[in-house]
Structure formats: structure tokens, C-alpha cells
Design a protein around this ligand. Structure first.
Ligand code: SF4
Length: 435
């Protein structure tokens, strides 16, 4: 049921895909909450539903449409707004529909990635009729923390041209946000009670190339402004991890967890993907990070069955998983994206072979992941507390391990506290309540 004129507008925000999408919805939530809107959970009844879509694979496009249909069914009267990479990747389906009534998914408004920043103004002026109302600019620090960690987008677009990818065309050229804007977001996060910031970007390693700065300079600027803020990078390509970037890993306020997309362990396939690095370079980076801080963990993305991938190539990827000892690996099968160079390549891999290979890779990643949990038993970690789950608190440690402890009312969402790890389940860690 729609809320009455006196009730705050209930808004649900759904984000699919990468941490950049997530960070964008977090900043939209802050902007709308500051305008008096009620940000509700994704599946809660809402007056306005916003969906930030993903196009990284054909499956991601399909998942985006399914999510939109599900939310429309759940909220038949709500105002449904859709944005994100699947919009830019499928303009004929999303942008070409002339009027809302005729859109097959019942969408009321569509925003391409380049117009995404105007959604808050659109909601304020169209649905809040707030063009005459005084809109408080600053985020209301009194608002309760919704998430245990702050996600801040610092860069958008991509300068790489991986042959299987359409994200770069959906997001445009690489561009960095201004340092003052990023520092404002970081300060607002700190004033809300966040103790960890995750810096996100489609091509994070390119941060500053268009503004004469660098990622390490950005991190150091945030530390100067907020000395006790812990920083994590969402994802960075191996060929962007310079010595200066590696050096960040030595700082206690930097999370020794690196998400470095590998995609393949075969040099022949990395070349065909135009990934810009080779397996030895990837392993050298991992070694350098662990040399500085032995507790460093690495997570990754692996694309199996790229056109032309031989059994030898596949074994190279298996070997690299063993050598790199990943904490987690997101394994997915190559899917041809219309218009990408890879889609036109010969030797597309049969589905049954792709399924067998991805199952083998997942099994291997589960084994290294289990070992990367077991080696932390007895150590002291510092989780950022995210939520209560029954009689337990769940947190994310600086090493990206999920840590569970018995519930205690001495903790709150967003705080960070030390825990002695007593047990590993292979996919999570358990610890003793901090004294
Ligand atoms: S780095 Fe490659 S895979 Fe990632 S967005 Fe850019 S072109 Fe796509």
C-alpha cells in the first residue's frame, strides 16, 4: 500500500553486480535519507523501487530483468526506476521504449549510467514534490548505520579493452572523482560511525591518471583527513599494482586483502583476452604483497572456457590457483557478448566441457580457500561488525574472512574490535568475544 502524504516516502534500492554499483546505491541512499525518505530493505514494500543493473555477462542481463520483474510484481503500484550497465548495454530494450505504460517490464523511468547522478533530484522533484521544500544538504549523522562498511566510488569507466567485455562501453572512458568530493564522502562515512571505507572503481588502478594523482596519494589523503579510517580496495588489476601500490599493504590501516581478477592462468589466453599481464607477473604481485604482510589474502575472478582454451590452458589455471592460494575465487563460464572481439573468435568451447572445467576450478578454489581459513586459527583479527544473526555477530575481518562470535550488546554495526580466532569452518572463522 502506498504511503500517505504525511508518511516518509519508502524507497528500496537494489544493486546487482560490482561494488561500484553498490557504492552508487549507498550514496543515493544517503542523499535520499537526508531528504527525509525512508530507505527500506530490498524486498520490503516500497513507494519507489530503484534497480542498478549489471551487464558483465549474458546471465547478468537476464538476472537484472528477472529482478526487475520480481520487484514489479511485489510492488505493483510503486514508481519503478531502472539504471546501470544493462541499460547502457541494451539501449533498444530499456531506452527505446517510448512511454512507461508500454514498457514490457512496467518500468516508469530509465536512467543511463551517465545520468545516474540525477536520480536523487528526479525523485525529489517528481515524487517528493520537494522543489519548493528546503532540502538539508548534509547527511544526517543521527541516521542509524544501515551497513557495517562504507563503499565510496572514486573512479568510473575503464581504459582497458578486454576482448570479452562490454562493461567499458557501458561505463565509458576512465575518469576519477575529485579529491574534495571523495574526502567529503569519507568524512560523512566517519561521522556516521563507519570505521572502514571500501574504495570502489570499475578500473580502480586507473585512479588519478586523468587528474595527475595516484591511488596511493588518494589513500594517504584520506588517512590525513581521517587518521583512524581503515581502507580496503574493492578490486584492482595485476598490471596496475605498482611498487607504490604494494607499499600501501605495509600500513596497519590498510586491509591486507586484495581482490585481483585473474581470469585465466594461461599466458596464451591472457594474451587473447588483452588482459595486459601474464601469469608470472600476477604471481610476483601476490608474492610481493605477502612478503610485506604474511597475513595478506587474495580473492579473484576466473573466467573459464574462453574461446580456444585447451586442456593445457585449463591446467595452467588450476596450477595458478594452487600457487596463489586464493581465499575465494569467483569462477564463471565465458559467455559471448554481442559486439565484442571474443564473440567472433573460432573454437568456442562446448557447454559440457565448460561445465566440467568450472566445477574443477571451483573445487580447487574451495580447497585453497579452506586452507586460507585454517591458517588463521589462533591469530588475532579485527572484524568490522556488519549484523546480528540470531545469537551471533557477523563481521568482516581486515583479511576479508567472515568472522562469527557469540552475540554481545557491547558491539554496534560498523565498529571494529579484536577477536582471537578459535575455529575455522573452511568458509568462515569463529572467535571468542572480545574482552
Ligand atoms: S578491466 Fe577489462 S573486464 Fe574490467 S571493465 Fe575494463 S575492459 Fe572490462
Amino acid at each position: 500500500m502506498m504511503s500517505t502524504m504525511n508518511d516518509p516516502l519508502r524507497i528500496s534500492l537494489t544493486s546487482l553486480g560490482c561494488k561500484v554499483n553498490y557504492a552508487e546505491m549507498e550514496s543515493l541512499a544517503s542523499a535520499l535519507a537526508a531528504s527525509g525518505c525512508d530507505i527500506v530493505e530490498e524486498d520490503a514494500p516500497a513507494d519507489v523501487v530503484v534497480v542498478n543493473t549489471c551487464t558483465v555477462t549474458l546471465q547478468a542481463d537476464a538476472t537484472s530483468r528477472q529482478r526487475i520483474q520480481h520487484l514489479r510484481r511485489q510492488n505493483p503500484e510503486s514508481h519503478l526506476i531502472v539504471t546501470g550497465c544493462s541499460v547502457d548495454g541494451n539501449p533498444n530494450f530499456y531506452l527505446a521504449a517510448p512511454t512507461p505504460t508500454r514498457h514490457p517490464l512496467g518500468i516508469d523511468a530509465v536512467f543511463s549510467n551517465s545520468d545516474k547522478d540525477s536520480i536523487a533530484t528526479y525523485i525529489r522533484s517528481t515524487l517528493l514534490h520537494a522543489d519548493s521544500m528546503e532540502i538539508p544538504e548534509a547527511e544526517n549523522p543521527a541516521l542509524p548505520l544501515r551497513r557495517g562498511r562504507a563503499f565510496i566510488k572514486v573512479q568510473d569507466g575503464c581504459r582497458h579493452r578486454c576482448t570479452y567485455c562490454s562493461v567499458w562501453s557501458a561505463r565509458g572512458a576512465s575518469r576519477s572523482r575529485s579529491l574534495p568530493d571523495i574526502l567529503d564522502d569519507a568524512r560523512a562515512a566517519a561521522s556516521r560511525g563507519h570505521r572502514e571505507c571500501v574504495l570502489t572503481g570499475v578500473d580502480l588502478g586507473s585512479y588519478g591518471r586523468d587528474s595527475g594523482s595516484t591511488l596511493p596519494e588518494l589513500v594517504r589523503s584520506i588517512w590525513s583527513a581521517i587518521p583512524d579510517m581503515r581502507i580496503r580496495l574493492s578490486s584492482i588489476n595485476a598490471n596496475d599494482i605498482t611498487d607504490d601500490v604494494v607499499a600501501l599493504n605495509a600500513n596497519e590501516r590498510f586491509c591486507p586483502h586484495w581482490h585481483i581478477p585473474l581470469q585465466s592462468g594461461s599466458d596464451a589466453i591472457l594474451k587473447a583476452m588483452h588482459r595486459g599481464y601474464r601469469r608470472s607477473q600476477f604471481l610476483r604481485v601476490v608474492e610481493a604483497l605477502r612478503h610485506l604482510r604474511p597475513e595478506t589474502t587474495v580473492t579473484t575472478d576466473i573466467m573459464t572456457s574462453f574461446p580456444g582454451e585447451t586442456e593445457r590452458d585449463h591446467q595452467d589455471t588450476c596450477d595458478l590457483i594452487r600457487d596463489a592460494q586464493f581465499l575465494k575465487a569467483h569462477v564463471f563460464r565465458y559467455s559471448p557478448r554481442p559486439g565484442t572481439p571474443a564473440a567472433a573468435l573460432p573454437d568456442q568451447i562446448p557447454v559440457h566441457t565448460a561445465r566440467r572445467r568450472s566445477a574443477e576450478l571451483r573445487q580447487l578454489a574451495a580447497e585453497t580457500g579452506s586452507a586460507e581459513h585454517d591458517r588463521f586459527v589462533g591469530s588475532r583479527l579485527h572484524p568490522a561488525w556488519l549484523m546480528q544473526d540470531g545469537a551471533e555477530w557477523i563481521g568482516i575481518a581486515e583479511t576479508y574472512h567472515e568472522v562469527r562470535i557469540p552475540f554481545t550488546d557491547t558491539l554496534t554495526i560498523g565498529t571494529i574490535s579484536p577477536v582471537t580466532i578459535t575455529q575455522s569452518t573452511g568458509t568462515a572463522l569463529r572467535g571468542a568475544t572480545p574482552q
